[in-house]
Design a protein around this ligand. Structure first.
Ligand SMILES: Cc1ncc(COP(=O)(O)O)c(C=O)c1O
Length: 356
């Protein structure tokens, strides 16, 4: 390696692997919890008209005011809550950590969970403390509270529903953890559109709570658009750390169009995915496979040889997620995103062959 690179780049960065996503080619993509339904040509044509009004020679609206207004209306957010836009939730996680963590107080989360909480914390040189979920993928309430007392976290991330387990934690455990938390709790509702629970009313109850949401799972993963909402005082401070112009003018315009003209379309697609999820879980269980309940747009499945099954599916043209090396408790686990009914059928056939 060039000695300049060797001498200048942080050792922990030199040791890291880049975040690589394999080229899916023509494979059926059931590995990233995307919405498989696109937009039809007519709806796209309407969107194009809205995009034509964008001035790409100008910087975007740094405050994202028009999009924030649409989000406020769509989610019925109270005037007393602020909204901050992010280039996907990933960027918001980074902004939160930069705003709240000085490197001494850690980030905490129940594990296994969304890997970016830990990856981004480490990248920001902030310690990460994970507390294991129990055998039913539920919170270990006393264990988590005791760990918070010991480690004094600045931030606690609770993905609800959780990725990769698909679980909603028991409400009483969640509340107890928020009440006992010495720092800011972020409920990550990325999979909220597929879940019966919404924590919005909790914002009025807890002064140390904010909610993070994204358009990615609703059908706009390519846009990279998420947002943080909660008491205005929190958002005002966290927003200071956000990079100006973090959301391009086209992203803002398409997200605005989707929310104002396509909300019912996206909600209907989410309902179809929920129905497909339940059908797929039933089909898995009918075959005697261990599929966990899910409140998200994916299913966690336990099999004897997950890496072999994963590789077999790749040869059959289907990409899913092999979690067997992601966390000790996931050693037997695969995660499959819900696709169209046709894709789900192909997945079932491919799994039948792989597990025969
Ligand atoms: C729990 C959770 N939060 C956030 C995200 C990422 O969302 P975004 O695409 O907005 O960065 C994911 C992606 O898989 C996720 O599982």
């Amino acid at each position: 390696m060039n000695k300049w690179v060797q001498g200048l780049i942080r050792p922990d960065v030199l040791d890291r692997q880049a975040y690589v996503v394999a080229d899916p080619g023509d494979a059926i993509r059931l590995n990233q919890m995307e919405n498989p339904y696109g937009w039809d040509a007519e709806f796209w044509a309407e969107c194009m008209q809205a995009i034509q009004r964008c001035e790409v020679n100008r910087y975007p609206d740094a405050s994202g005011a028009q999009l924030i207004q649409a989000i406020r209306q769509h989610d019925r957010l109270a005037d007393t809550w602020g909204v901050m836009l992010g280039n996907g939730s990933d960027e918001i996680i980074q902004t939160l950590i930069q705003a709240a963590c000085d490197g001494t107080r850690p980030v905490m989360a129940p594990t296994p969970t969304f890997v970016m909480f830990q990856i981004i914390a480490q990248q920001c040189r902030v310690p990460f403390v994970g507390v294991e979920l129990d055998a039913n993928w539920q919170l270990d309430r006393p264990g988590f509270i005791q760990a918070m007392q010991q480690h004094n976290p600045a931030l606690v991330f609770l993905a609800q529903p959780n990725n990769p387990t698909g679980t909603l934690y028991h409400e009483a455990d969640l509340r107890a953890i928020i009440e006992a938390c010495p720092g800011l709790v972020v409920i990550d509702e990325a999979y909220g559109p597929f879940s019966p629970r919404n924590h919005q009313a909790w914002l009025d109850e807890y002064p140390n709570l904010v909610l993070m949401r994204t358009f990615s799972k609703l059908g706009l993963a390519g846009l990279r658009c998420g947002y943080l909402t909660g008491p205005a005082e929190w958002i005002e401070q966290i927003n200071k750390v956000r990079l100006p112009y973090n959301l391009g003018v086209l992203n803002q315009q398409v997200a605005h169009f989707a929310l104002t003209q396509g909300a019912e379309l996206m909600a209907e697609q989410a309902r179809r995915l929920i129905a497909s999820r339940e059908a797929l879980i039933a089909a898995f269980r009918k075959r005697g496979w261990q599929a966990y309940d899910s409140d998200a747009n994916f299913i966690l499945l336990e099999v004897d040889n997950p890496s072999e099954v994963y590789a077999d599916l790749v040869t059959q043209g289907i990409l899913i997620k092999d979690l067997s090396r992601a966390h000790p408790s996931l050693a037997r686990c695969l995660r499959v995103s819900i696709g169209t009914p046709d894709e789900n059928q192909q997945l079932l056939h491919a799994l039948d062959r792989a597990l025969a």
